[in-house]
Design a protein around this ligand. Structure first.
Ligand code: COA
Ligand code: MG
Length: 387
């Protein structure tokens, strides 16, 4: 299984680096056979290629041979053709009402995040880190993941890597964080195609073996939206174990990309936000809404949370501690909503047992679609610990 992943990663990595043709033949596990990979036009040096995690994870002898090989060599790998993925439906859902972004270059922020109640803490290596601090941030985030005395409570521990368009930065981020046992999800920014997600899932498969590390994809460009369906559809990809689990709408990069003017009403993003919710729901994914950038205005945040929830978002990004509790609260069902939903479920189930197809709760007709909606509210409340 591991070798198979490496083989796939090799192909992806070679494409990623802008290399030429590579032909691959996978054989049975006990044979030392053929993975012929001819690197015809590699952009980086031989050393760059060897630094790829795939090679650093290779068996010692293989690795030594690879390290001696010049560009243009034909490589031989041991590869197996076995292994299957697991489907999204069989996995437990992780609550992600609040996805809290913590700049990865600053220990002060990382320490602060440990006492907060975010559902997911995202240690950021991307745009929350200045370019000249990228290496230091990567080291600090790796240390944080390795040091279990840094306790984030029940929060899901995630890392936002640099976008795959940065090539070297992104690969080094993955190489640094994927082996860390406490990592639970990779937030992949600026996703524009299914192959972006598939590349990262292969890397996770190769590095994380049986650990359940998931992918959260941020959609931030016109191209990302044009390819949204194929991106979301990777959640059903059976060839890899690591899966896409959520889509995130990234408002600021999106507006910059399409040259929209950011307004208080956020009308300029309505279409894209709706599209994201629809694509996410079609493939069983969570939909996580944009950052509220006017972060000191908490009343405005409450309204934005309401709007997002009404559209079907399941959570929202946070960038400041004061936003977390409000987001958690607004993305859990309200007491009133839960009360109505619970009674709706009970009444409807009673009604159908009695052979009828609809009933009335608080003056509202409850039929199958309303029942389904109410069931989801009750399920969400249970996940938020309200029941
Ligand atoms: N993660 C962890 N702690 C944070 C935090 C964050 N994102 N934002 C603020 N804090 C901490 C501060 O360190 C401070 O801690 P202290 O009380 O121990 O001193 C406390 O929360 C209050 O912060 P405050 O003084 O109100 O804000 P600030 O001026 O320090 O920071 C920002 C404001 C916007 C610079 C900061 O919130 C930030 O960098 N946020 C992340 C932005 C980001 O990640 N952008 C990219 C992703 S979309
Ligand atoms: Mg962004």
């Amino acid at each position: 299984m591991r070798w198979r992943c490496m083989a796939q990663t090799a192909i992806l990595a070679s494409r990623f680096y802008g290399t030429g043709a590579c032909t691959v033949k996978l054989a049975c596990p006990h044979q030392f056979t053929l993975l012929r990979m001819r690197i015809t036009s590699m952009r980086g040096t031989s050393h760059d290629m060897m630094r790829l995690p795939l090679f650093t994870k290779a068996h010692g002898t293989t690795r030594r041979a690879l390290n001696r090989s010049p560009v243009g060599s034909t490589f031989r790998f041991l590869a197996t053709a076995s292994g299957t993925g697991c489907s999204t439906s069989s996995r437990t859902e992780r609550p992600r009402r609040s996805l809290f972004s913590v700049p990865g270059a600053d220990q002060r922020f990382i320490t602060k995040a440990q006492g907060l109640k975010a559902d997911a803490v995202v240690l950021d290596l991307e745009d929350g880190v200045a370019y000249d601090r990228k290496h230091a941030a990567r080291d600090l985030v790796q240390q944080t993941l390795l040091d279990s005395s840094q306790n984030f409570g029940s929060a899901e521990l995630c890392v936002r890597i640099n976008g795959l368009d940065t090539r070297d930065l992104a690969l080094r981020d993955l190489e640094a964080v994927l082996p860390c046992n406490r990592l639970q999800a990779v937030v992949l920014p600026k996703v524009e195609s299914a192959s972006d997600v598939l590349f990262v899932s292969r890397m996770i498969d190769a590095f994380c073996e049986d650990r359940d590390v998931r992918i959260i994809a941020a959609i931030e460009s016109a191209m990302g939206f044009l390819n949204l369906r194929e991106i979301a559809e990777t959640a059903k990809d059976e060839t890899s174990k690591a899966k896409l689990d959520a889509l995130v709408f990234a408002s600021e990069d999106f507006c910059a990309d399409i040259e929209a003017t950011r307004t208080e009403s956020a009308n300029e993003m309505l279409y894209a936000r709706s599209q994201l919710v629809i694509a996410a729901k079609a493939f069983g994914l969570q939909a996580i809404d944009m950052v509220h950038i006017n972060f000191r205005d908490l009343d405005e945040l409450k309204m934005e949370c309401e709007g997002g929830r009404q559209m079907g978002f399941t959570g929202k990004q946070a960038i400041h501690p004061a936003q977390i509790d409000i987001i958690n609260d607004r993305f859990a069902p309200s007491t009133k909503e839960l009360d109505f939903a619970s009674r709706t479920v009970q009444e409807y189930e009673q009604t159908t047992t009695n052979g009828q197809g609809a009933c009335v709760v608080d003056g509202i007709v409850v039929d199958m679609p309303v029942y389904k909606w109410a069931k989801k509210i009750v399920e969400r409340a249970a996940k938020a610990g309200m029941l």
